[in-house]
Write a protein that binds this ligand. Structure first.
Ligand SMILES: *Cc1c(COP(=O)(O)O)cnc(C)c1O
Length: 412
């Protein structure tokens, strides 16, 4: 059956409710104490010594890197996966550092350590590892490799808040950890970043860099209120066509932009985050449920493969990444089915972004990252995805492998 008209699934959604917004308003009124309460909750939940807040994930990443730089001024290169969110290179350039790259494994999206080792040198300040789409990486051996080279490891869990591997939580396996609270992440507070560290030297370096608290002025509060109301009402499949059709919202586009603020978080968003954090496990469990149905449905479809979780991984499935079994999709081109939330992931590997080129420390080849940029599709896993949607999504791929030249969306 086709989905009803005007139904459109957002690619990702962690909707807010009226009670979350009440909690935000309370946080605005109370101010600094709200941040302190959130900090205590996060310290306990992730078992870390120090927690800092920033106005966005990339702001947290930028100040985290600047804090490391202050400890190691002679090192100025940051080693990134060549396939990841454009926020990551944006943050490196914002921090005034150079970018170098490593490739990934095509079957697991884990770092290709031989490619990484080639790029690692005495100027490497930090290696960033990203748990893409909520699939956790085991960073044990990478951490040892970094230690041996005198470099730091930044555990970017912006897409994997709550994921575990071998009992260890994503975000807590490096010298510095990162979560993002922007829309489209595991849990959202409209926008925001969380920086974690167990290291006292990194923490004192960080302390002077982020404002302890963002603006609690009326203008900021109104902006937060308007955006959180939008996240309450606009993510619904019956309403999402509206924001999706407004080009100035840049929904679903990846932008490299190193110019951004590196402020702290305000009371409103800390209040939101505090309440949404209580739901994180439920949000993750919901996405796992949808993912299990999608995986079961796709198992019998010949042309499609899914990313293989590493041993002992407990992914949180922010989105479900799928790839063609052969080098490309049947018919030759990647496609999207926006009504079903089936969308392309990052359209370029980082070395293919023209704005990144002047900031690259060296040249290299990253064929897997290029293949991922060309072919990787993501399927939605959020709470609005129903059984009929799962079936419709699986049918898209079934039709594709049955009949390479036609994507039979409108048949029926
Ligand atoms: C989202 C994201 C970030 C942070 O981005 P913001 O949108 O600024 O919160 C960092 N790294 C990765 C891998 C991400 O997906």
């Amino acid at each position: 059956m086709m989905p009803p008209r005007f139904r459109m699934l957002p690619p990702s959604a962690a909707p807010l409710g009226p009670l979350d917004i009440m909690s935000g308003l309370r946080g605005w009124r109370v101010g600094g104490e709200t941040l302190e309460t959130l900090r205590q909750k996060l310290r306990a939940r992730f078992d870390v010594r120090h927690v800092f807040f920033s106005t966005s994930g990339r702001a947290g990443l930028s100040v985290g890197l600047q804090a490391l730089r202050a400890l190691n001024p002679e090192r100025d290169e940051v080693l990134l996966p060549a396939f990841t969110s454009f926020s990551v290179p944006s943050a490196v350039v914002n921090a005034g550092l150079k970018i170098s790259l490593y490739d990934l494994h095509a079957d697991t999206l884990a770092p290709d350590l031989s490619s990484l080792e080639k790029a690692l040198n005495s100027r490497t300040l930090c290696v960033v590892a990203c748990h893409l789409f909520g699939y956790p990486l085991d960073l044990q051996s990478l951490r040892e490799m970094c230690r041996a080279c005198g470099t730091h490891l930044l555990d970017d869990a912006a897409q994997a808040m709550g994921a575990r591997i071998n009992g260890k939580l994503a975000g807590t396996m490096g010298d510095v950890g990162l979560f993002s609270l922007s829309r489209g992440k595991n849990m959202t507070a409209v926008d925001g970043g969380i920086v974690l560290t167990d290291r006292d030297d990194v923490a004192s370096s960080l302390r002077g860099m982020i404002l302890p608290k963002g603006s609690d002025g009326a203008a900021q509060a109104m902006k937060n209120l308007a955006r959180s109301l939008a996240l309450t009402f606009m993510l619904h499949p019956r309403a999402y066509w509206l924001p999706a059709s407004l080009p100035f919202l840049h929904i679903g586009t990846s932008i490299f932009d190193p110019e951004f603020e590196t402020d702290g978080l305000d009371g409103f968003r800390a209040g939101l985050a505090g309440r949404v954090l209580e739901r994180l496990d439920a949000l993750n469990a919901g996405r796992r449920g949808v993912s299990i149905s999608l995986l079961a449905g796709l198992e019998s479809v010949s042309g499609v493969r899914t990313v293989r979780p590493l041993p002992a991984a407990e992914p949180v499935f922010l989105r479900l990444p799928v790839l063609p079994v052969s080098g490309g999709w049947a018919g030759g081109n990647i496609f999207e089915v926006p009504e079903l939330g089936v969308v392309r992931s990052y359209p370029l590997a980082l070395h293919q972004i023209s704005g990144v080129l002047p900031h690259l420390a060296g040249a290299g080849r990253y064929p897997v990252s290029e293949m991922l940029a060309r072919n990787l599709l993501t399927l939605p896993t959020h709470a609005f995805v129903q059984e009929t949607d799962v079936n419709a999504i699986c049918d898209v791929f079934r039709n594709l492998s049955g009949n390479p030249s036609v994507l039979q969306k409108e048949a029926a």
